[in-house]
Structure formats: C-alpha cells, structure tokens
Design a protein around this ligand. Structure first.
Ligand SMILES: *Cc1c(COP(=O)(O)O)cnc(C)c1O
Length: 413
C-alpha cells in the first residue's frame, strides 16, 4: 500500500468538532455526519437512519448512489478521467447532442457549478451586446432575493445584500427589481441593458414561483431592447418542476439557460445552453475552464438526462408533487399556528412558517432531523422540501408522519 495512505491520514477518526478546527467556517453543518446513502436513505456515523428530503439541495434527484449512475461512472473511471480542452471526448459530445435535442438550445458550454454557468451566461450576454450594439449596452437587471452563485460577479447579480456585504467594491452596472413586479421591470429594462437574469421559480429566495405575466413581460422587454433573457434553472432544472426545464412549463423561451445542481446528481457539472447566433460571440479563447466537459462529469450528466427526460418519469414527478402538496396543505391546516400554505412547483416546495413563528424554520428542521427526516430551509422563514425525484408514495407518507411528530414536539417547545 502507498506509504502515505498507510500513515493514517485516510483513516484517522474525525468528528463534527474536526470541522470547527480545520475547515474555513463558511457553513454551520448539522451535528450528525452522514456517512452513507442509498436512494433517499442516509445513515450517520452512529448508524442512525434518516429519510433525505433535501437531495443535497436539489442535487441528487436520482437518489444517493443511483445504480445506473454508479455503473456508468465506474466504467468511465476505468476508461479515461480527464483530457483538457485541447481534446474533445465522446461523453461531452453525446451530452451536448442530448441537451440541444431536448431544449431550445443549439449549443452548450460546460463548466463545474451553477455559479460558473451563470458567470458564463453573463459574460456571453455582455460580449454579445457589446459586439452587436456597442459598449454602452452593458447593464444587467436581476431580481431582489434571487440567487445566482458566489463568484463576485454572480453574487453581485444575486439580489441579497447579506451575501455581498464586506466584499466591495462590487462590479458596476447591475440593477435589481422586485420579483414578479411588472411595473419595476418596465422601468428598469431600457436600451442599455445587456441581460435580464431570472429564476423561473426563486429557490433560495423562499421558493416563490414566477408569475407567467411577469416572465412574459421580461421576454417582451428583452425583445424590444435587444437584451438577452437568461433563465437560471440551476435549481429548477433537470426534472425538478415536472418538466425537463421549467421554461417548458411556463411556455417562455429564454436566450440563455443555465443548469447545474441535479445535472450531475452530486458530481460537479454546470452547463450554459444558448442559440447558434448567440453562441458565436464566444469564439476560440474568449472563455473556458480546465475541467469543463470532462468525461467523468459528462458521463454522469448524460445518464442523468437519459433517465429523467422520459415522459413517464416526469409524469411521476408531477404525481408525487400532488401527493406532497396534499399532505402539506393538510399539515398547514392542522397546525395553523405553525405553518402557512405551501407553495412551489413539482418537487421544489416551500412550507412557510406562520407569522408568529417567523425566523424559526431552521429550529423546526432540527426537530425533524432528530426524528429522522432531513429537510432544507429557504431563508429564515420557509421550510423547503426537495426530495429525490424517485421518491415513493410510502416515503412521502413517512415524511408526513415525521413532520407531524416534529410539529407536535416543536409546539410543545
Ligand atoms: C445553487 C444555485 C446557484 C449556484 O450554484 P453553485 O453550483 O452553488 O455555484 C445558482 N443559481 C441558483 C438558482 C441556485 O439555486
């Protein structure tokens, strides 16, 4: 065995406290450390079982260690890992073909995360606007409470000041409007706008579906001004809302679409999709990334798309969604002092805390976690559910049972 591996670095005991000692404290992870997953089942270091309704923040849509993905990955791992951008590879070509066939897009650019996909989209929109209209056309319009990633550009475009404070100076020429506010969209989108970026359903901002009329207005204003409409489908994409991408549900086609999260089911990959004419503005050398489109990531994504983009699979997502909504509506009705009416689409669902429980979503999810159910929050006031899309009726019923038990304990203080 390799001497270095033999020295114990790979096997030394680690605990939640190790996190506080050696990692940069950007997160506040749960007390338990998950060590194994299969489907929606997760086990921690103590062997305790959890039902996972987080999917690693809407990522592992086909479940943990999905056997088809494990098999495809294992074969690719024994074939070739990485080649660099001086060479293309078969999986990336197949993935590009699959995604352009399945969507409005003619061209795909691959990277490693949602932030990078949005970074690529915004850079492309700027370059397109500058080359087509001139350097005055550079403004970016985005929505308050939106989330587009954590690079300095994408975090500035995201409309949450808590994520930009302390990182100034921020890139200029970025304006924010209220989500679903048509009047402020009309006021903000003028001839100097290069791009309007929007989540068709706001995820991190509290699981808020976009109004069709609002999204339609954005499309019209972009058409009138020559701005490009970017749909950030990093969270809403890859089957999560019951269509391959949510733009298909709302019937409004963007100029650029970004995808990540569930695209790799947990293996890092991001994608920017666009049309032929727009893609031509990112010519050789103008943008790139070392790992983008590498054979491992694209093999996983190809097999993810192959499994999810099936009419029967997407129909089941919509059926599962109806069952979760029915359960949550009943839960909110039975616990009106705790919860307000659920909202969302497909299996991206927000359960707002009642007014008198403002700011306590995290406290509630901690109780549920103790009882064996992993849940997310979307801001301080909203419990977020994003189970794997393969969730069974029995698992939905079990989650409902635990949420009720947690509600009882939470009410009891
Ligand atoms: C998670 C998310 C991102 C950022 O993706 P990363 O992979 O974390 O960079 C961007 N946009 C939306 C809508 C997201 O939900």
């Amino acid at each position: 065995m390799n001497a270095k591996l033999d020295s114990g670095v790979t096997t030394r005991p680690v605990t939640r406290q190790t996190y506080d000692e050696v990692l940069v404290p950007t997160y506040a992870p749960a007390a338990m450390i998950p060590v194994r997953g299969a489907g929606l089942d997760v086990w921690d270091q103590e062997g305790k079982h959890y039902l996972d309704f987080t999917s690693g923040i809407a990522v592992s849509s086909l479940g943990h260690c999905n056997p088809v993905l494990v098999d495809a990955m294992t074969r690719q791992i024994n074939t070739v890992w990485h080649l660099g951008n001086g060479y293309t590879n078969e999986p990336v070509l197949r993935l590009g073909a699959a995604l352009t066939e399945a969507t409005f897009a003619d061209r795909a650019f691959f990277c490693n995360s949602g932030a990078e996909a949005n970074e690529a989209a915004l850079k492309l929109a700027r370059k397109y606007a500058h080359e087509k209209f001139g350097p005055h056309k550079s403004r970016i319009v985005s929505c308050y409470a939106s989330f587009h990633g954590r690079t300095l550009f994408t975090v500035s475009v995201g409309g949450q000041s808590k994520y930009t404070e302390g990182f100034e100076p921020l890139p200029p020429q970025i304006n924010h409007i209220n989500y679903n506010d048509i009047a402020s969209a009309r006021a903000a989108i003028g001839d100097d706008v290069a791009a309007v970026i929007v989540e068709p359903i706001q995820g991190e901002g509290g699981v808020i579906p976009g109004d069709i009329d609002f999204l339609k207005t954005l499309r019209e204003l972009c058409d009138q001004t020559g701005a490009l409409l970017v749909f950030d489908e990093v969270q809403s994409g890859v089957g999560r809302t019951g269509a391959l991408y949510d733009y298909m549900n709302v019937g409004i086609t963007p100029d650029i679409l970004t995808s990540a999260k569930a695209l790799g089911n947990g293996y890092p990959i991001g994608a920017m999709l666009t049309t032929e004419a727009i893609a031509q503005h990112l010519n050789v050398g103008s943008h790139g990334t070392t790992y983008g489109g590498n054979p491992l990531a694209t093999t996983v994504a190809l097999n993810v798309i192959e499994q999810i983009n099936q009419p029967a699979f997407l129909a089941r997502v919509r059926d599962a969604s109806a069952r979760v909504f029915a359960k949550l509506e009943q839960l909110a009705a039975d616990y009106p002092a705790l919860f307000a009416k659920p909202r969302g689409k497909g299996l991206l669902i927000g359960l707002p805390m009642a007014l008198e429980q403002k700011g306590r979503a995290k406290d509630y999810t901690k109780v549920a976690e103790k009882l064996g159910l992993m849940l997310l929050i979307a801001g301080p006031d909203v419990v977020r559910l994003a189970p794997a899309l393969i969730v069974s009726d029995a698992q939905i019923d079990e989650a409902d049972r635990i949420m009720r038990a947690a509600a009882d304990q939470f009410s009891a203080g």
